[in-house]
Write a protein that binds this ligand. Structure first.
Ligand code: PLP
Length: 460
């Protein structure tokens, strides 16, 4: 593919976009003097814009989604075949792809047992919140209704999922938010809040227990956590953290909800992020990588014990999960997801993620050795971040405009990377990388070289 490949009238497309589209997470004033970016085509790891410029995509569609890469014809075929057979029926009935995909998915999730379909990460998380609230009413006289969330984590864009946002800039100005959600401290060892603790991981987990005791354990029903925090700065859990979190949840009868919307389906080198840490969740939610963006699908997965609670009293007309997701009944989602999971298996992509993730970390460590501005690099599999600081001793973050300038310089070289964006006041300073699970050493070399050049250009 080359510049000029497209014969469509792209100027018209750009003007129609400028005149009519309201883009996500975007200040639009700039489009009065510059063109909005329009992505026209993708293949493998690459995309092309309306001007025919080629980019290597190091963020899987911008928001860690296109896990198996672009232009997968077998997924398109599976979706098309399904759509002409049956495009939709409400989720109160089953479907062939829904049935087959849920069976396949649960094979990858020992201990989990039921799949509830909807169509975004936010929605999948809200289903859990509703289940937890309903369990509180059914089992605990309405008392155990509070849900804990963690500073730095993100769980969605609706008012209620924003009520569980540990990223204040995402939630600001959208209040009043939904009551009953309580924040616990983050677990970023780089920004250690307990420098005197013998084990940072244990101290960070114990901080959760303190919140539970403050709130009253009989009022706390669940905690929602990302296995590896994504948009809050790619925060990998410290040693000892997860076993202690699990212990605390069991001690106080608190349901553990793992938000796998980013880590889900292979991104970290296991099917799910929680599987690195021996966690036994009560709920797992997933969305982005489930069908790699070929169709909208999200899943709320529960244990049989949770599921059983919702069928215990068939004579009570109010006592089941009275939720509906219209587009949870779209069959394109599970059809695409089934083919997506086959690709990950048949192409051994989990192994590739582990190998290429290690290679990417090597590259990032090289950048840290070369550029003082790189204060920390961290990651799991093909899910990595580099935190930029003015001074390594004080860890003062670089201004976000500088971090964004690095992204801009990479873009100019034809490499799309990400950065923490409108997440954390004063801490939008972590570069984010999440290339597709198919990425090669050559792709990683290109990404690391672009960042190297960009860091030199922006910081000298
Ligand atoms: C960890 C996490 N959970 C939930 C969501 C919300 O997903 P969606 O945008 O599909 O509603 C996101 C989106 O970025 C996310 O990163």
């Amino acid at each position: 593919m080359e510049s000029g490949f497209y014969s469509n009238d792209m100027e018209r497309i750009v003007e129609a976009d400028r005149a009519n589209i309201w883009h996500h997470l975007s200040q639009h004033k700039k489009y009065e003097t510059s063109d909005p970016m329009i992505i026209v085509e993708g293949k493998g790891m690459e995309v092309w814009d309306a001007k025919g410029k080629r980019y290597l995509d190091a963020v899987s569609g911008g928001v860690w989604t296109v896990n198996v890469g672009y232009a997968r014809e077998t997924i398109a075929d599976a979706v098309r075949d399904q759509l002409v057979k049956l495009n939709y029926f409400a989720g109160s009935a089953g479907s062939i792809p829904g049935s087959l995909f849920s069976e396949k998915l649960l094979e990858k999730m020992p201990g989990m047992s039921r799949v509830y379909f909807s169509n975004s990460g936010s929605e999948a998380n809200e289903k859990v919140y509703k289940m937890v609230r309903q369990i509180a009413h059914k089992k605990y006289g309405g008392k155990k209704y509070k849900i804990l969330f963690r500073d730095r984590d993100y769980h969605g864009t609706t008012i209620t999922t924003l009520s569980t946002s540990g990223q204040p800039e995402r939630a600001a100005q959208y209040g009043p938010l939904t009551p009953g959600f309580v924040e616990v401290p983050h677990c970023s060892e780089y920004r250690n809040q307990y420098p005197d603790a013998e084990s940072y991981g244990i101290a960070a987990a114990n901080a959760i227990e303190e919140v539970i005791l403050r709130e009253g354990p009989d009022t706390v029903g669940a905690i929602v956590l990302e296995p590896v925090t994504a948009g809050g700065g790619v925060i990998t859990p410290p040693e000892g953290y997860w076993p202690r979190v699990q212990e605390i949840c069991r001690k106080y009868d608190i349901l553990l909800h793992i938000d796998e919307v980013v880590c889900g389906l292979g991104r970290t080198g296991t099917w799910f992020g929680y599987q690195h840490y021996g966690i036994e969740p009560d709920f797992v939610t997933m969305a982005k990588g489930v069908a790699s963006g070929y169709a909208a699908i999200s899943c709320t997965v529960t244990t049989e014990a949770v599921f059983d609670l919702f069928k215990a009293n068939p004579d009570d007309p109010m006592d089941y999960f009275r939720d509906i997701s219209t587009f949870g009944g779209c069959t394109a989602g599970p059809a695409a997801a089934l083919e997506n999971i086959r690709i990950i298996e048949d192409e051994n992509l989990l192994e590739n993620v582990t190998a290429m993730g290690a290679y990417l970390m090597e590259g990032l460590n090289g950048l840290m050795a070369k550029h003082d501005v790189v204060g920390d690099v961290r990651g799991k599999g093909l899910f990595c971040g580099a935190e930029l600081v003015v001074d390594r001793d004080t860890k003062e973050p670089v201004h976000e405009s500088k971090a964004q300038a690095v992204v801009g310089e990479c873009l100019a070289q034809g490499v799309i990377i990400g950065v923490t964006n409108r997440s954390l006041n004063g801490l939008n300073n972590t570069l984010c990388l999440s290339p597709a699970l198919i990425c090669t050493k050559a792709n990683i070399d290109e990404i690391v070289t672009a960042i190297d050049n960009a860091l030199t250009k922006v910081f000298g």
